[in-house]
Design a binder for this molecule. Structure first.
Ligand code: KG4
Ligand code: ZN
Length: 343
């Protein structure tokens, strides 16, 4: 079975074709970074309009490059939510219409389920059951995963998501959008011993997170070090603050994952979502899980962040189980992942 996947939930247009016999046949990504950079963040209306312009040409060029005709596709999957409503509606309208025109079934995919299953696109892939840490710009969730669609929420962020905290802190430090990877790059030159940030909510039981205080802590540190003249900050101090912030987020995530793996008696941890591209997180998590007798899996770098491949794969899982949409389409900007049907 061959499935076209379309991802348009936020600021990247992603398309891909997944073949159940041959694996991923190809994928394309168009990033809107240049479009939103001047505004310092995503402008939803501009995102929707750009998805309108880019999605169909990306699909055409992908099919041409991989040498697959539209008649050789058996289904279309598109992101139905969560995400920006306008952006989601563009992908849903295009995906549903193509499926109708080609006479194949369509399925709406949950964006976070896409992230969660992305490590399955790799040759060395995790097997069920496992614990997953989903860390993106909109979500920070710890999930016990028994199979596709069988998700038990163990904990989540009570305020900012991990990626959101990275982005807001980066912006406050004068870094360009998208801030997360920029802050991580700056942190490489930082001294981890100069500042110590708190590890929020690790001193009490439970698996929830809170990251909004860390950005305030970073701001206070910056103001203290510069006597309130934050623009005058020197490069080393900026890097040291970035490093302390990154260490605090990573340590907090590692502490909660260790707790979750112990509670579930799991021997496998999956990291997914944009922040899972963070090298410090990957390395520290792998070391900590090794001590727990567990293995860590995460997608290749380009599939940590938003992409069409994860949507094609998750869509294939649901289509092959017989799930598909009626002719109507819609978007679900808010959509709890644990409401999905187990396959
Ligand atoms: O999954 P994703 O591409 O989009 C959402 O579903 O939100 O995640 C994007 C988030 C952004 O907040 C971005 O700053 C963060 O992932 N991110 C990173 C890194 N790469 C992306 N955060 C920290 N370190 C990175 N290397
Ligand atoms: Zn995402």
């Amino acid at each position: 079975m061959r499935v076209l996947g379309i991802e348009t939930s936020c600021d990247e247009t992603g398309v891909a074709v997944y073949d159940s016999d041959r694996g991923l046949l190809g994928h394309r990504l168009h990033s809107q970074i240049d479009l939103h950079a001047v505004y310092g963040g995503v402008v939803p209306e501009l995102a929707s309009r750009d998805h309108v312009r880019k999605t169909l040409p990306l699909v055409s060029s992908l099919l041409q490059d991989i040498g697959i005709s539209k008649r050789e596709l058996d289904g279309v999957a598109y992101t139905s939510g969560p995400g920006l409503v306008g952006a989601l509606l563009v992908g849903a309208a295009i995906g549903r219409t193509l499926a109708w025109a080609w006479g194949v079934p369509a399925v709406g995919v949950h964006h976070m389920e896409g992230h969660l299953l992305a490590p399955m696109l790799e040759a060395d892939r995790p097997s069920f059951p496992f614990v997953a840490l989903l860390v993106s710009g909109g979500h920070t969730q710890l999930v016990e995963v028994k199979g596709v669609g069988s998700y038990r929420m163990l904990g989540e962020s009570l305020d900012d998501a991990a990626g959101e905290a990275f982005d807001k802190t980066a912006k406050m430090m004068g870094l360009p959008y998208p801030g997360g990877p920029e802050l991580a790059r700056l942190a490489q030159d930082g001294d981890p011993a100069r500042f110590t940030f708190p590890r929020p909510m690790t001193d009490r039981p439970g698996l929830d997170f809170s990251f909004s205080g860390l950005k305030t802590f970073a701001l206070n540190t910056l103001q203290r070090e510069t006597n309130g003249e934050t623009e005058s900050v020197d490069d080393q101090t900026r890097a040291d603050i970035a490093r302390a912030f990154e260490e605090a987020v990573v340590d907090t995530l590692v502490i909660k994952c260790r707790r979750a793996v112990r509670e579930c008696g799991a021997d496998t941890l999956v990291l997914a979502g944009g922040v899972s591209a963070n090298r410090q997180l990957q390395q520290k998590m792998a070391a900590a899980m090794k001590r727990e007798g567990a293995r860590v899996f995460y997608p290749r770098n380009e599939f940590c962040t938003d992409n069409g491949a994860m949507i094609a794969y998750a869509g294939w899982q649901r289509l092959r189980a017989g799930q598909h949409e009626p002719l109507a389409f819609g978007a679900m900007p808010r959509w709890p992942m644990d409401s999905l049907a187990a396959l």
